[in-house]
Design a protein around this ligand. Structure first.
Ligand code: ZN
Length: 327
C-alpha cells in the first residue's frame, strides 16, 4: 500500500530488505512493526496513506494497457469496446465469477477508480513526501507502494487491474474517471485523490492497492471508512453506503479470484480505518481494496499473472455494478 520514497536499485530482495531495515526506512518490506506503524494501521502514523483522489483518465477505455481483447469474461455485456493492449493474454475463463447480470446497465452512472500510487513516485520523493491535511492528522502526499520480490510494483499492478475494471465498466455504460492513469509524473496526493469523487460527481469511488505486509501473511482485504469528523474531514454521510459497498466487494472479489481473506489483518476480509485521507475526505461512498500481499510468494505469483488480474478486475467491476444497481 505504501512504501519507500525512493526506489532502491535492482538488487536481490533480501539484500534490499536488509538494507532497508538497517536504514530504518519506512518501507513496506521493513517488517511487521514498521509496516503496521508506518503504513497500515496506526491512525497517528504520519506516513503512508494511500490514495484519495483526482481526475483523469476519462471514461473511455483509451488506455494502451487495457485488458486484451478476448479476455472478456462471460456473462458480461458486450465488450466490443475493450481496448487492446498487452498482447498474448489467455482468455479469461468465465466460470467462477458471479454472473454480471443482464440488468447491468450503468448508463448515467459515474465511477471514480483510484489506482494506488504512481509508477513515477519513486523518482519524486520531495513531491510525494510533502505532508497533506487529512482532517484528523497529516499524511504524506503519496507513497511509492510496495513490490514483489521480483520487482513487480504495486503501482504497475494497480494501474493494470484498474484499467481492466474500467474496460468492463465502460462496456456496461458507466463513465469511469481515473485519479491518475500513468499520465502524470507523480501522485496525485491523497487529499486530491479523495476529492476526485466529488469533482467527478461520482456515484461511487474505489481505491485499488496491494499490500506490503510481512511475507508470512496472505490474502486480500477491503478497507472501509470509519466515521471521521475532524478538521476539514466529515465523512459521516458516506460511512453507511461505503460499508455496504465493502461487503459486496469482499464477496465479489473472493468469488471472482478465489483469493482467501487476509490472514494477517482485518477480520473476514474487512477492515475499518480512520487514518486514510482517501476515505476521511471522500464525499462519495468509497472503499479501498488490498488485493493481496505482494511480499507473500503465493499472492505475488497470483498478482503477477495477467489472467488472475482479469479475474480481480471482474470481481471489482461486478461489485461496483451490484452496488450501483441495488439502490
Ligand atoms: Zn498501496
Amino acid at each position: 500500500m505504501t512504501g519507500p520514497t525512493s526506489r532502491p536499485p535492482r538488487r536481490s530482495a533480501l539484500l534490499r530488505a536488509t538494507t532497508v531495515v538497517a536504514a530504518v526506512v519506512p518501507l513496506c518490506t521493513a517488517g511487521w512493526f514498521g509496516w503496521r506503524a508506518l503504513d497500515h494501521s496506526d491512525p497517528a502514523a504520519a506516513t503512508a496513506a494511500p490514495p484519495g483522489t483526482v481526475q483523469s483518465g476519462g471514461p473511455a477505455s483509451a488506455s494502451p494497457e487495457a485488458p486484451p481483447a478476448g479476455s472478456t469474461p462471460t456473462g458480461s455485456p458486450s465488450t466490443a469496446g475493450t481496448p487492446s493492449g498487452t498482447p498474448t493474454e489467455p482468455a479469461v475463463a468465465p466460470g467462477d465469477t458471479p454472473a454480471p447480470t443482464a440488468a447491468a446497465d450503468l448508463t448515467g452512472r459515474t465511477i471514480v477508480l483510484d489506482p494506488g500510487h504512481n509508477p513515477g513516485n519513486f523518482s519524486h520523493p520531495t513531491e510525494i513526501n510533502r505532508q497533506v491535511d487529512v482532517g484528523n492528522g497529516h499524511k504524506e502526499c503519496d507513497t511509492t507502494g510496495t513490490e514483489t520480490d521480483a520487482g513487480y510494483t504495486e503501482a504497475d499492478y494497480t494501474l493494470d487491474v484498474t484499467r481492466r475494471a474500467r474496460a468492463l465498466l465502460t462496456a456496461r455504460g458507466a463513465k469511469v474517471v481515473f485519479t491518475q492513469d500513468g499520465d502524470r509524473p507523480w501522485g496525485p496526493c491523497v487529499d486530491e485523490r479523495a476529492r476526485a469523487g466529488a469533482e467527478a460527481r461520482a456515484d461511487v469511488a474505489l481505491s485499488v492497492h496491494a499490500d506490503g505486509a510481512p511475507a508470512s501473511g496472505s490474502g486480500f482485504h477491503v478497507i472501509m471508512p470509519a466515521k471521521v469528523v475532524a478538521g476539514k474531514a466529515d465523512n459521516s454521510a458516506i460511512v453507511e453506503p461505503s460499508h455496504r459497498l465493502g461487503l459486496v466487494l469482499r464477496d465479489s472479489f473472493h468469488a471472482a479470484t478465489g483469493e482467501p481473506y487476509a490472514d494477517y489483518i482485518a477480520k473476514e476480509g474487512l477492515d475499518t480505518r480512520s487514518d486514510l485521507g482517501g476515505l476521511n475526505l471522500s464525499a462519495v461512498p468509497k472503499v479501498f481494496i488490498e488485493c493481496g500481499n505482494m511480499r507473500n510468494s503465493a499472492d505475488a505469483r497470483r498478482m503477477t499473472d495477467p489472467q488472475w488480474r482479469q479475474h480481480a478486475a471482474q470481481g471489482i467491476a461486478d461489485a461496483l455494478t451490484a452496488f450501483l444497481t441495488a439502490h
